[in-house]
Design a protein around this ligand. Structure first.
Ligand code: MN3
Length: 202
């Protein structure tokens, strides 16, 4: 069973008023994410060791293997983007109360969480991701990963939200201003209800 590009959970123009235009979503989802899925399926077809494995299993199997790096990067990017689309919302930016309490307990305040996230997202040199993670110690953390990696691959806990900081994610809307893209995500786009649901399920 080949991997498939999931449909966006909202129309491609749904986030335009929140700082992510239709062209960004159409290119990012329909071209970039699709390309990762197509490449991953190509690798699976040619490599018997990958056949029948779930996406999570392929990520675990290929992580850290030099000769499997292209497979890992495409599998990781498929996983990352599935989470990313769900972590955006036309009604984003509002933090539900139980998640807000947990953020306040583990970071000190919502502002401190946002500052930590901005630092991670803007100091990831080159391409990568910033994450809000429920760590294996039960505390919320902010982390960053390069290229196609993620907290699943690195056994760093449960990812609640992920922000794509590859240039293709923000260049049409914010050009080189990655800090503005990150702030806009945290204040207007982030689907904290999705993050809270993942926290409760973890
Ligand atoms: Mn991307």
């Amino acid at each position: 069973m080949a991997f498939e590009l999931p449909a966006l959970p909202y129309p491609p123009n749904a986030l335009a008023a929140k700082g992510m235009c239709q062209q960004t979503l159409e290119l990012h989802h329909g071209k970039h994410h699709q390309a990762y899925v197509t490449a991953l399926n190509g690798f699976v077809e040619k490599n018997e060791a990958l056949a029948g494995k779930s996406l999570d299993e392929i990520i675990a199997f290929t992580h850290g293997k030099t000769d499997m790096a292209p497979v890992f990067n495409n599998a990781g990017q498929h996983w990352n983007h599935i989470l990313f689309w769900q972590g955006l919302s036309p009604n984003g930016g509002g933090i539900p109360s139980s998640l807000e309490s947990k953020i306040a307990a583990d970071f000190g305040s919502v502002e401190a969480f946002k500052d930590a996230f901005k630092t991670a997202a803007t100091t990831q040199f080159g391409s990568g991701w910033a994450w809000l993670v429920l760590g294996t110690d039960g505390k919320l953390k902010v982390t960053k990963t390069p290229n196609g990696s993620n907290p699943l691959a690195e056994n760093a806990g449960t990812a609640l939200l992920g922000l794509d900081v590859w240039e293709h994610a923000y260049y049409l809307d914010f050009q080189n201003r990655r800090p503005d893209y990150v702030t806009n995500f945290l204040d207007k786009l982030a689907n904290y209800e999705f993050a809270e649901a993942r926290l409760k399920a973890a």
